[in-house]
Design a protein around this ligand. Structure first.
Ligand SMILES: *[C@@H]1O[C@H](CO)[C@@H](O)[C@H](O)[C@H]1NC(C)=O
Ligand SMILES: *[C@@H]1O[C@H](CO)[C@@H](O)[C@H](O)[C@H]1NC(C)=O
Ligand SMILES: *[C@@H]1O[C@H](CO)[C@@H](O)[C@H](O)[C@H]1NC(C)=O
Ligand SMILES: *[C@@H]1O[C@H](CO)[C@@H](O)[C@H](O)[C@H]1NC(C)=O
Length: 454
């Protein structure tokens, strides 16, 4: 949502910390074809909001292929920035937001996606100034009535399949929680316990913080202590990775493990339920995020920088429209489409030492696909690929790879299929080949395909 922009900008300094204990190739990224890391599941193919509203019904305005071709997995919504203000203005005002939520839920389910319900947006805390937060003056009557109404509406509208309840969005920044942290912790525990008492099998995610975990983050540490002490650990841990000042999973995952271990908390699925700053939404940066998310088995949802009705459209800037009737793909959509066809088994990769270049790779039989992209910089990097014998190549020889280029013309710029740059032949030895990637722009991504003999 547009309004988060101002705040995230202010957070840009907390970054320089600890180097992760991860091995990176000295002069670029690496791919080890001999090390499988699990089936490809398109973990990064999600976004927040992005579906048009249609009363309480499924909306089919955006042609189905734009959603299915990229193997949509999850969305996250709760009626934000719709004409009514939510629970803070009474039940009628909440109803408008609930209807938008229900419409988006039904659209997500039509396409087989998980729906992550944004409780704070139904309350009305969508980034604008509101008079009342849960637990103000230690009065929980409105909160309890709200949660009761929400659970009742979820049940009455048969919304339990594929549902995740996200307890509060970005509580760690004033834009969404301008109240003491203890009050948030009390709300969290209360909401968790109520949801679990009423909907025991429905998954809960939290804390969905704006700041990724860090070993010195007092709010994160207090949250972990409180949910552990109260036995209100969510089913899915969640946070946002927005901008390079928030570092990247190569560093935030080890930090999370460190602070979580203090309370012996379990390993659970993790949702990065908003990723990428606006300037990071282009093919090169998207590869970088995909690579990081896939490396740690993180389900990812793209951040959505639209506002008002723009928030509820264009699959979070993957397709363009001029009339809200016809839609066309942009350059990022083409990248997600390619990614959706990276089927088979994922293989181990590492980012470049400067953390500005990363790769994601899969193999299916002896066919290999690799995508490569930088994090906002235009600079040349190498990809060192080892384990060639595991996909049918002799120890030394020559290898022909087909190369594709992913162009970017802005969120509203129509872009066709990736540009086929033909095949390039590499001589190699020691079961290891190096590709040099010298991107045309700071937003251009590349794909490489090659197949060994079976
Ligand atoms: C890529 O690797 C080659 C050797 O294969 C080396 O000469 C070159 O400097 C490397 N390029 C970069 C950008 O690291
Ligand atoms: C909106 O929902 C109605 C059913 O309530 C349906 O007939 C119509 O096709 C939907 N419109 C779009 C654009 O999906
Ligand atoms: C449980 O949560 C409350 C509210 O945040 C907190 O004050 C309390 O310290 C927590 N209890 C434990 C044992 O952590
Ligand atoms: C990427 O390149 C464009 C065009 O040259 C430039 O406007 C933009 O500032 C660059 N982005 C970054 C993050 O450096």
């Amino acid at each position: 949502m547009r309004s988060t922009a101002i705040f995230n900008l202010l957070l840009s300094s907390s970054s320089l910390l600890e180097a992760a204990s991860i091995q990176r190739a000295a002069d670029g990224a690496s791919v080890d074809l001999s090390k499988a890391t699990g089936d490809a599941k398109f973990l990064a193919s999600g976004w927040i909001y992005g579906f048009p509203d249609n009363g309480t019904s499924v909306d089919t305005r955006i042609p189905a292929n734009y959603i299915t071709d990229i193997k949509f997995r999850a969305t996250r919504a709760g009626g934000a920035q719709t004409p009514t203000r939510g629970w803070i203005e009474g039940q009628k005002s909440y109803l408008g937001r609930f209807q938008s939520t229900l419409s988006n839920y039904r659209t997500a389910r039509k396409y087989g996606g998980t729906f992550i319900l944004l409780v704070h947006d139904l309350w009305g805390a969508d980034g604008s100034s509101i008079p009342l937060y849960p637990g103000d003056k230690n009065d929980w009557a409105q909160t309890d009535a709200f949660l009761k109404q929400l659970v009742s509406d979820i049940k009455a509208n048969d919304m339990l399949d594929g549902l995740v309840l996200d307890i509060w969005n970005e509580p760690d920044i004033d834009l969404f929680w301008p109240r003491p942290w203890d009050q948030y912790l009390s709300y969290y525990v209360r909401a968790h316990n109520y949801f679990k008492s009423q909907l025991p099998t429905t998954l809960i995610s939290g804390p969905s913080s704006a700041n990724a975990p860090g070993v010195n983050d007092a709010k994160w540490k207090a949250w972990l202590k409180s949910v552990s002490g109260n036995k209100t650990i969510p089913d899915i841990y969640s946070w946002h990775q927005i901008g390079d000042w928030q570092r990247e999973p190569d560093r935030t995952i080890p930090d999370f493990k460190t602070i979580k271990a203090v309370h012996n908390m379990p390993d659970l699925p993790i949702d990065i339920n908003e990723y990428a700053w606006p300037s990071e939404q282009n093919p090169a940066n998207t590869v970088f995020y995909i690579a990081q998310l896939e490396r740690y088995n993180l389900r990812g949802l793209r951040a959505n920088w639209g506002s008002g009705s723009g928030l509820h459209d264009t699959l979070a800037n993957l397709v363009g429209t001029t009339d809200k009737k016809t839609y066309y793909p942009n350059g990022e959509w083409q990248l997600y489409k390619y990614y959706a066809n990276m089927v088979g088994t994922r293989v181990a990769t590492t980012a470049s030492a400067d953390r500005k270049f990363d790769v994601f790779a899969t193999k299916s039989g002896n066919s290999v696909k690799i995508i490569a992209g930088t994090r906002s910089v235009k600079a040349a990097y190498n990809i060192t690929i080892t384990g060639l014998s595991s996909v049918g190549f002799p120890d030394s020889g020559s290898l022909s790879a087909r190369v594709y280029r992913f162009d970017w013309a802005g969120a509203n710029g129509k872009v066709g299929a990736p540009v086929d740059l033909g095949t390039k032949t590499f001589t190699y030895s020691g079961g290891k080949v190096t590709f040099n990637v010298d991107p045309a722009t700071n937003s251009t991504a590349y794909a490489y395909e090659f197949t060994g003999k079976s």
